[in-house]
Design a protein around this ligand. Sequence first.
Ligand code: FEO
Length: 394
Amino acid sequence: MTVREIKKGILSVGAIDWDRRLFDELIPLPDGTSYNAYIVMGSEKTALIDTVDPAKEHELLRNLEEAGIERIDYVIANHAEQDHSGSIPTILDKYTGAKVVTNAKCKAFLMDLLHIPEDKFIVIEDGESLSLGDRTLEFYMTPWVHWPETMVTYLREDKILFTCDFFGSHFASSELYANEDARVLEDAKRYYAEIMMPFRTNIKKNIEKIEKLDIEIIAPSHGTVYRRPSFIIDAYKDWISDKVENKVLVPYVSMHGSTREMVEYFVSALMKRGMKVKQCNAIDADIGKFAMELVDAATVVLATPTVLAGPHPAIVYAASLAAALRPKTKFLSIIGSYGWGGRTVDILKGILTPIKAELIEPVLIKGLPKEEELKKLDELADRILEKHRETGIA
Ligand code: FEO
């Protein structure tokens, strides 16, 4: 990666990770990612905003060298997660006069996670500023735009907001700036769904806070930079709103075809009633796409066979993931087949508790469904439509 200039004295010096395919050993990265770091040069001091994942620190060092950066006075740590902070120790080794500027919570994390010595820190408070000479950095706490210590850095004179994870996307691109198109929005939505969705309430407060600033550019530490902040801010406002779509997400597993037959009948019943449906096989689902559907689906219906007296483990995983992501789903139900009994409904109900949704009466059928038993799925589709109508979305 080469150094890219945003403005004179403001450089993007991070790394593109074209090949990374998994984040946190959990999240698929079909389009790779980037760890953006930024140099801001003032007339007196130079700051580095965030660093890169340790696997890419050689690229950061090379870029700093290419940019001719001989002195770094401040390393701003907006977030302690290692994909942004992991190269701070190396930067401190090379630029021995540098201090890490961050909030108290982030400092504690960095001392625990990276063993950075206490005397290397300058601790700042919400709203505090730091002069670089003719440029000024302002710091605003934006907790839970991934972790509790997350903050953003605002470059006052140039009206640039450095947001780290907030408004980011896992998207490796040679372009510095985002093309404001559906493709960019899809990556940003995927990222929101996987990383930010559990923190909707905090995000709302944080957007209200940053909107008081006069922002011309949003520069996150993953993905591309936004020259029109409203493009990404408005998308976030839509995702975090209470608005849901007239859509039913149906994650399913079938072992011998009984549940599949139910799913096919049920999906068709939903479609006949004018609802959008996303049927997704939990065995090989892209969990990023699954998470994206959870952003706005009004209803989720889990479909599972009974395995060893409970739901199929792949459906347990889908339910656990949905519960962890805490989507704004309004209605839940369960369908499936069994041979001789089991606790499928109770187990899934327990897992799904964190989703504050209404459970619509599940439909469990013994063995391969008979013609008259499939009518229960029509009744379930009717009840879902009724609920969607009551919600004003159908
Ligand atoms: Fe990109 Fe929460 O780290």
